[in-house]
Design a protein around this ligand. Structure first.
Ligand SMILES: CCCCCCCC(=O)SCCNC(=O)CCNC(=O)[C@H](O)C(C)(C)COP(=O)(O)OP(=O)(O)OC[C@H]1O[C@@H](n2cnc3c(N)ncnc32)[C@H](O)[C@@H]1OP(=O)(O)O
Ligand SMILES: Cc1cc2nc3c(=O)[nH]c(=O)nc-3n(C[C@H](O)[C@H](O)[C@H](O)COP(=O)(O)OP(=O)(O)OC[C@H]3O[C@@H](n4cnc5c(N)ncnc54)[C@H](O)[C@@H]3O)c2cc1C
Length: 662
């Protein structure tokens, strides 16, 4: 291994805490870190994983094809039972497809979970082993060209025919063509298709059906189905997001996944699930996972790249006539990066929380107790929106902080950005999800107005909040939380009262709601902000015996919270809750905290523990040897394979010399 750039080494030497110990905390324990590192090391030693063609120098069809090669490699290993532990499989996939979507990504994240959570026991016994063993490869096909958000308006129909005990799948209009499902275009041979179920002329709404799309022998398309790739996108080059059109395709009655609703042979519809949104369960699962696995990890990688590079990059002067400083020593550079780094830690702890909460509540739901479903739906929707937007903006900030080299694919940042930013749209567009959370906030507000106690994430709404902010220079977590509680409670209340007032003035509820929806998305955002601050504070409180790590995390917590206050100053001050003096103090504390955190910046990103292969960045290399590798990167560019490019002979030569050697 090449020697580490002394400018990075000096950062590591000056850190005040043991990065390994912080990595253990982020991974959920020392054992988890060790296992992750083992899985990654094994993958990194495998030429099938690291030895393929250069991602950035391939065309899109080549990128897709190479991703399929990797998928086959993965599936062969999975079939040996090597990845029976889901965490192992996850770490392996992250190394195999760094910031890329696998063509079988939907198979593992949505197809299999839907089979497992929406099938009757007999169906599960039939389909899940086939999917687990990759005997069938599936996707989750819900969105249509005309509708992704409004699931009640999906047009694909599944009409039941009792005589033959079959459903007939049909795409009646152009806009009903399924559009977007990952892995649908070329890879999958099966899909869970969400279609409106019609029995004897009555529409029972969206239900999941398992449908074969292609032959298991030669991958040719089943009669009556038209399927293909939707073409190049903003990112996601390695996955074949697809379209799917049905022309009266018949499937057996048993292909309706019947955990939540059964259709008897004679067409009698029997609902089993207590909640009519049971068919939406896979979406809750994925939203809960996006917080940590998509939003936070993308941001953590971008921070790693930008912070390391900012300690290697020297530019301009700090001391007149003195040597060029590391750019991270400029306060403005710290202001670009350190609040983003603080938010990354904040999101991480919320991500761990929502992942754990999902499994706990889902267990209850599987036992038949659906009391906490609205809370789970609201929190997973809100956090998905809040963290994916924050990460998207944070990654772009990291790119800007890398100057010109940040714009090169060599930085790794464009790939991270384009992959991550899709998370603001898929699995529920962010504004739409904030509005789902807002419904929950509105209901909770009405409960609180009636003097009822609100619980869980909205417990603060029925509490007596402080009228005056007591935040002082010590920035204690309690006073910070109280300030965020106050802001969220006030914004929720303001929006709720406006809906009530508009209704009282004669507007129908839906109109009053629409006229308040901007306020409500801001209230939902404020609620999520409060929640993330709270979960960060909880993590600090639960930490044991690690004074050095506690100190630096406390600084990050304070920076995250103070930066949030300065960014949303009006929310905290306009009702007189926070004084101008307090706001000024908070603004200055942001600057002081950045100076406190600066010596640990590299150690804080090292703690995310990303191997260079996953970062895929010349700028963010662990060894900091940026310039020699940028030069190498440029020399490898396909345009440099010949001294004179073909286009010269084709276009330039005739213009310049009047002749062509072609
Ligand atoms: C790495 C990962 C890769 C992933 C790749 C991406 C894969 C995908 O994108 S798959 C497609 C995902 N698609 C979506 O997310 C679609 C988004 N749209 C929706 O979820 C819904 O249509 C939604 C929630 C916006 C509105 O649903 P709709 O049926 O109109 O419900 P609506 O009338 O607003 O609400 C009715 C009630 O249902 C509740 N509800 C809505 N969704 C849920 C849910 N998932 N669970 C429980 N309750 C729910 C609401 O809270 C509301 O309750 P209440 O009346 O008590 O307030
Ligand atoms: C990369 C990627 C991968 C995907 N993978 C899959 C997949 O595997 N399977 C699958 O089924 N789907 C998939 N999708 C589709 C995805 O889930 C939808 O695109 C997403 O849910 C948003 O729906 P839409 O496209 O209909 O957006 P629209 O709803 O058309 O959004 C357009 C605008 O309208 C606004 N809007 C819509 N409704 C409301 C409302 N009620 N109130 C206020 N504003 C509103 C939105 O906020 C947005 O600003 C994928 C999409 C992408 C980009």
């Amino acid at each position: 291994m090449a020697a580490v750039n002394p400018d990075l080494q000096s950062e590591r030497d000056g850190a005040t805490f043991d990065t390994n110990k912080l990595t253990f905390l982020l991974d959920g324990g020392e054992g988890m870190t060790e296992r992750r590192r083992e899985v990654e090391a094994e993958a990194l030693a495998d030429p099938e994983v690291t030895g393929g063609p250069h991602y950035h120098f391939m065309s899109r069809p080549e990128q897709y094809s190479d991703a399929v090669r990797k998928a086959v490699h993965y599936m062969k290993q999975a079939k040996t039972g090597k990845f029976d532990n889901p965490a192992d499989a996850h770490w392996y996939r992250n190394t195999l497809w760094p910031n890329e979507m696998a063509p079988i990504g939907l198979h593992t994240t949505m197809f299999l979970p839907t089979l497992e959570n929406n099938s009757s026991p007999e169906q599960k016994e039939k389909w899940a082993p086939l999917a687990k063993d990759f005997k069938i490869i599936g996707t989750y096909s819900q969105t249509e060209m005309g509708h992704g958000t409004n699931l009640k308006a999906l047009e694909t129909t599944a009409t039941y025919e009792p005589e033959l005990e079959q459903f007939i799948l049909h795409s009646p209009t152009l806009s009903s063509i399924k559009w977007w499902p990952g892995g649908l275009g070329k890879t999958s041979n099966f899909a869970v298709v969400m279609a409106s179920m019609i029995i004897k002329g009555k529409n029972y709404g969206m239900h999941p059906f398992i449908v074969q799309l292609r032959s298991l022998e030669d991958h040719t398309v089943i009669t009556g189905i038209e399927v293909g790739d939707i073409g190049p996108k903003f990112g996601f080059n390695t996955i074949d997001n697809g379209y799917l059109k049905f022309d009266h395709v018949r499937i057996p009655r048993e292909n309706l996944l019947m955990k939540n609703a059964v259709v008897e042979p004679d067409g009698t519809y029997v609902r089993i699930a207590k909640n009519e949104k049971a068919a939406y369960s896979t979406m809750i699962f994925v939203r809960a996972m996006i917080v940590l696995e998509v939003a936070t990890r993308g941001l953590a990688q971008a921070c790693t790249i930008a912070v390391r590079y900012s300690c290697v990059r020297r530019q301009s002067e700090l001391v007149p006539g003195g040597p060029e400083p590391k750019v991270l020593d400029f306060q403005t550079q710290q202001y670009k990066l350190l609040p983003v780094l603080a938010s990354c830690y904040a999101y991480w702890f919320s991500g761990l929380f929502i992942r754990m909460t999902y499994f706990q509540i889902n267990y209850e739901i599987q036992q038949g107790n659906i009391d906490l479903l609205p809370e789970l739906h609201a929190v997973s929707s809100g956090l998905k929106a809040f963290t994916s937007y924050g990460s998207m903006a944070g990654i772009e900030q990291c790119r800007l902080a890398c100057g010109g080299h940040g714009f090169s694919q060599a930085s790794g940042l464009p790939k991270i950005y384009t992959t991550m930013t899709a998370g603001c749209t898929y699995e529920g567009e962010n504004s739409v999800l904030y509005l789902q959370m807002a419904r929950y906030l509105m209901k909770s507000f009405l409960q609180a107005e009636k003097g009822e106690t609100t619980t869980n994430s909205v417990a603060y709404l029925s509490k007596k909040n402080l009228d005056k902010c007591v935040l002082g220079a010590t920035l204690s977590p309690d006073t910070i939380i109280a300030a965020y509680e106050h802001r969220a409670a006030r914004l929720v209340r303001k929006a709720g009262l406006r809906v009530n007032a508009l209704e009282a003035a004669g507007k129908p509820y839906h109109e009053a709601w629409n006229l308040t929806s901007v306020q409500f998305t801001k209230a939902a955002e404020a609620h999520c902000h409060y929640f993330v601050v709270l979960k960060f504070a909880d993590t600090l409180e639960e930490m044991e015996d690690e004074a050095e790590i506690h100190n630096v995390l406390l600084q990050l917590f304070q920076l995250y919270a103070c930066y949030g206050i300065t960014n949303y100053a009006a929310d905290f001050t306009e009702d007189g809750f926070m004084s101008q003096e307090q706001l000024d103090m908070v603004r200055l504390r942001v600057l002081d905290l950045m100076a406190d955190i600066r010596p640990n910046a590299v150690a804080l990103v090292d703690s995310f523990d990303y191997p260079d292969h996953i970062l895929g960045s010349v700028l963010g290399r662990y060894d900091g040897n940026v310039y020699e590798n940028l030069y190498k990167w440029a020399k490898d560019s396909p345009l440099n394979k010949t001294e004179v490019h073909d286009s010269y002979y084709k276009y330039l030569q005739p213009m310049i010399t009047g002749k062509s050697n072609l």
